[in-house]
Design a protein around this ligand. Structure first.
Ligand code: SF4
Length: 194
């Protein structure tokens, strides 16, 4: 799908004036109508003959939410980039026992603040975020996590509580944040030490 997309829409200008081909290309993703409109608007903004306003955050662009903005900025090398989705939020909840301050963990300001503290000052913030995503995809999955295979099991509140057969303790534990550093995630994109 990616190859077809870039073949049909190789630059913002073609995206801005895309016809029904755009919906057809996006249909396999299951949200073609909504995304097509956002992508046309994004192409229009990026293809502005006066040039995109590079002083603005990616979060100001059509269809780009805080998570995508953080990941794009991180991929572009932004120091201390922050992004939280349900997977990253799950890791923070489990490892540190941070209780989300919002009904949706990925929208919780305290979880965003926690991840911001984790990537603060890091020139490799994107690799920290990738490491968290890889951890979530490989061992700390939704449902029953594979704690035995996890490099963080020695620092993880959930794993410790599970080992003791008690309910995981929830609360703010920012003081334990540095304990992740030096831990390795060997698989996936990151292959990186937190
Ligand atoms: S030890 Fe278990 S609960 Fe904790 S991060 Fe690893 S897989 Fe997840």
């Amino acid at each position: 799908m990616i190859e077809r997309f870039f073949k049909l829409f190789p630059n913002p200008e073609t995206l801005a004036i895309a016809g029904p081909d755009l919906e057809l290309t996006l249909r396999p993703l299951g949200f073609a109508t909504q995304r097509a409109g956002q992508l046309r608007a994004l192409g229009d903004r990026l293809g502005d003959p006066n040039g995109p306003d590079l002083g603005r955050s990616w979060a100001d662009m059509p269809g780009i939410g805080p998570y995508s903005s953080g990941m794009v900025e991180g991929a572009l090398g932004a120091q201390g980039a922050v992004a939280v989705d349900t997977n990253i939020a799950r890791i923070i909840e489990r490892v540190y026992g941070v209780k989300p301050s919002h009904a949706e963990a990925r929208k919780s300001p305290n979880i965003w603040s926690f991840v911001a503290a984790l990537t603060k000052g890091s020139k490799s913030a994107i690799r920290v975020l990738w490491a968290l995503l890889d951890l979530a995809a490989i061992v700390c999955k939704v449902g029953v996590p594979d704690c035995e295979a996890c490099p963080l099991r020695g620092q993880c509140e959930y794993a410790t509580a599970r080992q003791r057969s008690t309910t995981p303790r929830l609360g703010s534990t920012t003081d334990r944040l540095p304990s992740l550093r030096g831990r390795k995630v060997h698989k996936g994109r990151s292959n990186f030490s937190l």
